[in-house]
Design a protein around this ligand. Structure first.
Ligand code: PEP
Ligand code: CO
Length: 447
């Protein structure tokens, strides 16, 4: 079947937002089609070549950000803190893995969410679920929950504002955040952190600082080089109206690019090889991610690769496994072995968040620091056993001091969750939990 940016419309679609006003939807899509792209094909190809290097074990990928980015969180502070934690984690991971790290945010477009139920009931009242700020709004009232095509444009605009600010920070003074003097290391004093870990974290910070001082001593040019950090963007490519209206051809390159983001990914619920999402994503030149959950078989993964990357282009496919700490050690090996046996080129990443979500007795969704770490350590061990490359980590995190996940050196408990639970969707690691997580992964990678 020939592909076009609209050919997905002839396939069954899962998790489609229930748009009921076709004219209003058309109008929003028409406007989106004429607005400039958010990223360039040059950047997309650059990321693809860095992913190809990561596939060969020459780089590690760090991908992270909100579960559901919101329009309200498009503020300088929130964006700066998100970049700050990603940058700091990447420094720790570079130290641990002794490889350059590719930083990819779940931002500038992570506005569309799959929901298990299309309707939500509260009290006696039933309204459409919250599908992310690209589709409707979170407050539980009729007008907020109304599915509104104009939000496609609002999402696009806020993604553009976010990216504009990120690009400015990257070329200005933001690079100071490299320096461990600016890191919030208060959690090192926490009583629940055992002495060996505390010492190891301190030693890592000291070594990172020493390396930076050394680089600086080498001269101006090097410092300048060092501070030119790069961030790529990614989001779940769930809303195909949004994705396809930002999909274009560009001069002097072949093929079609989805220029809403550098790396779109296909979620666990929409990776049916015969479905609309795979149909859309098989036609674009971007690198494409796909989540691989505990129910995926080796056959499923190979069918997905056949559809998305029949020519086995390097740098093209990122498989993000998310099986849960209890499943990863049994579930991952057969999949890795199958892909290895077929000789397919993929980047394997671990998402230790989505297989480890639990509900508290009061109905809060949370994740425990130790389970998250356990899935990562399990994945590292499995890759080592099979002889495949552990290529990166994918987190839901924030640079803010939220209380959504339990555990970590600060010892957050279920009782702490009410204090500052801000996520509109899944629970995120907070600033200190994220930084600590990077120390722990660095240690596992060093072993
Ligand atoms: C997500 O990454 O926010 C998500 C919904 O993940 P998954 O598709 O793996 O469930
Ligand atoms: Co999530």
């Amino acid at each position: 079947m020939t592909w076009s940016p609209e050919s997905w419309k002839s396939r069954p679609i899962a998790h489609a937002p229930p748009y009921d006003d076709a004219d209003a939807l058309d109008e929003a899509v028409t406007q989106l089609k004429r607005l400039p792209p958010l990223v360039t094909s040059f950047e997309v190809e650059r990321l693809k070549s860095q992913i190809a290097e990561a596939q060969r074990g020459e780089r590690l990928v760090l991908q992270g950000g909100d579960c559901a980015e919101t329009l309200d969180d498009c503020t300088p502070d929130v964006i700066t803190r998100k970049l700050k934690i990603l940058l700091q984690m990447s420094m720790v991971l570079i130290h641990g893995a002794q490889r350059p790290v590719v930083r990819i945010g779940r931002f500038a477009g992570q506005y569309a969410k799959p929901r298990s139920k299309p309707l939500e009931k509260q009290g006696g009242k039933e309204l459409p679920s919250y599908f992310g700020d690209l589709v409707n709004r979170a407050p539980f009232d009729e007008s907020s929950r109304k599915v509104d095509p104009q939000l496609l444009l609002e999402g696009y605009k806020h993604a553009g504002l976010t990216l504009n600010f990120i690009r400015s920070l990257v070329v200005s003074g933001f690079a100071d955040l490299h320096h461990p003097e600016y890191w919030d290391l208060a959690f090192l004093e926490s009583a629940s952190l055992d002495d060996e870990l505390r010492e190891q974290y301190r030693a890592t910070v000291e070594e990172v600082s020493a390396a930076l001082r050394f680089m600086q001593a080498l001269g101006e040019q090097t410092v300048d080089e060092l501070s030119r950090v790069e961030f790529f963007t990614s989001h779940e490519g769930l809303n195909l109206y949004y994705e396809s209206s930002q999909t274009r051809t560009v001069p002097r390159r072949e093929g079609w690019y989805d220029l809403s983001t550098h790396l779109p990914w296909i979620g666990e619920r929409t990776r049916d090889p015969d479905g609309a999402h795979v149909e859309f994503f098989r036609g674009i030149r971007n690198p494409v991610g796909a989540k691989v959950g505990p129910t995926a078989s080796g056959d499923d993964v190979i069918r997905l690769l056949d559809a998305l990357n029949p020519d086995d282009e390097p740098g093209k496919i990122v498989l993000i496994t998310r099986m849960g700490a209890g499943h990863i050690r049994d579930g991952l090996p057969p999949i890795l072995e199958r892909v290895q046996k077929e000789g397919r080129t993929v980047l394997w990443m671990s998402d230790p968040m989505h297989g480890n979500t639990v509900s508290t007795s009061s109905g809060r969704k949370t994740r425990d620091f130790d389970a998250v770490l356990d899935e990562i350590e399990g994945a590292i061990a499995v890759h080592q056993g099979v002889g495949t490359v552990f290529g990166g980590v994918h987190f839901e995190l924030t640079g803010d001091d939220v209380t959504e996940c339990t555990g970590g050196a600060e010892g957050l408990t279920e009782d702490d969750l009410e204090r500052n639970y801000a996520s509109l969707c899944d629970p995120r690691l907070n600033y200190r939990q994220s930084l600590e997580m990077s120390f722990r992964i660095a240690r596992s990678l060093q072993r």
